[in-house]
Design a protein around this ligand. Structure first.
Ligand SMILES: [Zn+2]
Length: 248
C-alpha cells in the first residue's frame, strides 16, 4: 500500500491494524558509470515494495546528505543537502505523522550505514528529528513535567513490556550489521542489488568508467547474488518492523 494512494478510511484501518508506516530515506549520489544515482534510495524502495501489503510505504525522501566524498557535484548526479537542513524537515514530517495518529512509524536507510551504531549525517538527522518530534509531541499533548507525573510511575515497567513512546518512530539500516553480503559503494554488493532490483538501470559496459578503486569488484556481481542480499535485507527489515516470520 502506498500512503499517497490511500483514502482516509484506509489509513485509519491500517493504523487500527498496527500496520507499519515506512519512510524510505535516500540520497542521490554518484555510483560509477554503470549504476543510477539513486542506488541507495532504490535499494530501500525496491526491497520495501516486496513487503507490501504488510506495510504502508510513505513517499520516499530522496534528498539526504550524499556528501562529496565519492565525487564532486558537477555532472555526477551528486545532490548533497547538508544534514542541518534535514533535521527541521524531518522533525516537521514526523510531527505531522504523530499528529495524524500514526504510532508505528519507521525510516529505512542504506546510505553510509556500514557503522549505523555511531551514525552518519543523514541517518543521524532523521534519528535526532524523530526524538525531537516525540519529545515535543508528548509535551504538547501531556504538558511539561509529563514524565515526572505520578501516573508515569510504571514507565520502566511499560518499557519492559515493550511499550515506549520512543518506539513510535524508529530508524533502521537496510542491512543488519555483520551480515555476509558485501557492503560497498558501486562494487559487487550494490551492483548485484541493482541487477536484482532495478536491472534496467544497470549498464555493465560502463563499469570501468572513471577507473575507480571502488568499482573494481563490480564485474563479479550477479543478479542471483543480489537476490541473496535482498533476502538478507528483507529478513532484517521484517524483524525490525515486527512483521511475523515468513519465507520470502
Ligand atoms: Zn550506495
Amino acid at each position: 500500500m502506498r500512503f499517497e494512494r490511500m483514502r482516509p478510511a484506509q489509513l485509519r484501518a491500517a493504523i487500527d491494524a498496527g500496520t507499519p508506516f515506512v519512510l524510505p530515506i535516500g540520497v542521490m549520489e554518484y555510483h560509477g558509470g554503470h549504476l543510477p544515482v539513486g542506488v541507495d534510495m532504490l535499494a530501500v524502495t525496491e526491497v520495501l515494495a516486496r513487503l507490501e501489503p504488510e506495510v504502508v510505504l510513505l513517499p520516499p525522501f530522496a534528498y539526504g546528505a550524499a556528501s562529496h566524498a565519492v565525487a564532486g557535484p558537477e555532472g555526477t548526479g551528486n545532490l548533497h543537502v547538508d544534514a542541518s537542513a534535514l533535521v527541521p524537515f524531518a522533525e516537521g514530517l514526523f510531527t505531522a505523522l504523530l499528529r495524524g495518529g500514526f504510532r508505528n512509524i519507521h525510516g529505512v536507510i542504506h546510505h553510509q550505514t556500514e557503522n549505523f551504531a555511531q551514525g552518519m549525517p543523514t541517518d543521524l538527522a532523521f534519528r535526532l528529528a524523530a526524538r525531537n518530534a516525540i519529545f515535543r509531541f508528548l509535551e504538547s499533548e501531556r504538558g511539561t513535567g509529563w514524565w515526572g507525573d505520578r501516573a508515569m510511575r510504571d514507565y520502566y515497567a511499560q518499557h519492559a513490556a515493550g511499550v515506549s513512546p520512543f518506539d513510535w518512530i524508529r530508524i533502521h539500516p537496510l542491512f543488519p550489521p555483520g551480515n555476509p553480503y558485501p557492503f560497498d559503494h558501486a562494487g559487487e554488493g550494490e551492483t548485484g542489488l541493482m541487477q536484482a532490483l532495478v536491472p534496467e538501470g544497470v549498464d555493465m559496459a560502463r563499469a570501468a568508467e572513471g577507473d575507480h578503486w571502488y568499482t573494481e569488484t563490480a564485474s563479479a556481481a550477479t543478479a542471483a547474488r543480489g537476490e541473496e542480499g535482498v533476502a538478507i535485507a528483507l529478513a532484517h527489515v521484517r524483524s525490525r518492523l515486527g512483521l511475523s516470520d515468513r519465507m520470502d
